[in-house]
Design a protein around this ligand. Structure first.
Ligand code: COA
Ligand code: MG
Length: 302
């Protein structure tokens, strides 16, 4: 049987805004067409009652057949490895071939290894994403990332889940997330050590615009690539916070121009208006420009 070895994506698509949509909610599914989010996460897990899982899978079958979502990554969040729904969910993933499958409540590397084994048995490019939302998951984040990368490169992204983590640890929801920050940074670090993207957790109070904007700003400062969202009203602010700022693009262009200038291009360190710029900044600038380009191409399609 043909197997696929997936190289890491050099410039992953923008993942500023990742909207979760309960697969059981037909009205919400219909709404996703035309939204400006970068990713839609079709949820078969906690937002779907156990007795309605089969109906939710049928909704996704119909949706994938009838609704092309141009330029948007499609991710299916399946049920946990310890549930009776896992097998049928995985079969659905092979049938629908979304861009990625999101594993919930990943606690140790064996879960990623097992899912990789299942997917790499056939010619599928479906990537793996993993929710980091249990104490064991956060403690094992580095090992999970390493195993997911060394298998066949299929693991692509971590998604932080603070609702579950708060429930498991007893840390209450508070603005600023002070006591969660060390664990959040541990997940960011583990992701970066192995070349993964990493998304910040959902913000439950979807009518609190100021609170949401503040949390997006914090997530951006902590190094997250984007945020998991629960409501369409959160998309615009998330895109703005996690997208390239206009000033950053101007600076990136200047850095790329400086390193392409024959007068300075063979240097490793440049003085740009009193600021030291190194080749590592050139790499960052190229990544930023690539992201901006992908965002503008996506906009043209919608
Ligand atoms: N995706 C797509 N559309 C959504 C949506 C979502 N996540 N959340 C709400 N909408 C739609 C609603 O269907 C509604 O459409 P309508 O105007 O055509 O009726 C519109 O946006 C306004 O919704 P609103 O009335 O403000 O909220 P609601 O009561 O319909 O839904 C929630 C509120 C929280 C139940 C809903 O947003 C939701 O289910 N979010 C996702 C939950 C989830 O995925 N959880 C698991 C991951 S943490
Ligand atoms: Mg969860």
């Amino acid at each position: 049987m043909t197997t696929v070895n997936l190289a890491p994506i050099r410039f992953p698509p923008p993942r500023r805004s990742c909207l979760s949509v309960p697969a059981i909610n037909q009205r919400a599914l219909d709404k996703t067409h035309g939204l400006e989010c970068d990713v839609v996460i079709f949820d078969l897990e906690d937002s779907v009652a156990p007795e309605r899982k089969a109906e939710a899978r049928d909704n996704l079958r119909r949706f994938f057949r009838e609704t092309p979502l141009e330029g948007v990554e499609r991710v299916i969040r399946i049920n946990g490895a310890d549930t009776e729904f896992r097998g049928s969910d995985l079969d659905l993933v092979l049938e629908l071939q979304p861009d990625a499958v999101l594993l919930p409540k990943v606690g140790d590397p064996a879960e990623v290894r097992e899912a990789t084994k299942f997917l790499s048995g056939g010619p599928t490019e479906v990537r793996l994403w993993a929710m980091m939302e249990t104490p064991r998951g956060v403690l094992n984040a580095a090992m999970i990332a390493e195993v997911g990368r060394e298998a066949d490169g299929r693991l692509d992204c971590f998604v932080l889940g603070l609702n579950d983590l708060r429930k498991e640890t007893g840390v209450p929801p508070e603005p600023g997330r002070a006591y969660l920050v060390p664990w959040m940074m541990q997940v960011v670090l583990a992701a970066r050590a192995h070349g993964l993207d990493v998304l910040d957790s959902v913000f439950n109070d979807f009518r609190d615009e100021a609170g949401f904007a503040a949390e997006c700003g914090q997530g951006r400062s902590m190094g997250f690539d984007g945020k998991m969202l629960i409501h369409p009203a959160q998309i615009a602010a998330s895109n703005e916070s996690f997208g390239p700022a206009p000033q950053a693009l101007i600076e990136a262009e200047a850095i790329i121009a400086a390193f392409s200038d024959p007068a300075t291009g063979d240097r490793n360190v440049i003085n740009m208006n009193g600021r030291m710029v190194e080749r590592l900044h050139l790499e960052q600038a190229e990544k930023l420009m690539a992201t901006a380009k992908q965002i503008s191409l996506r906009k043209k399609k919608t």
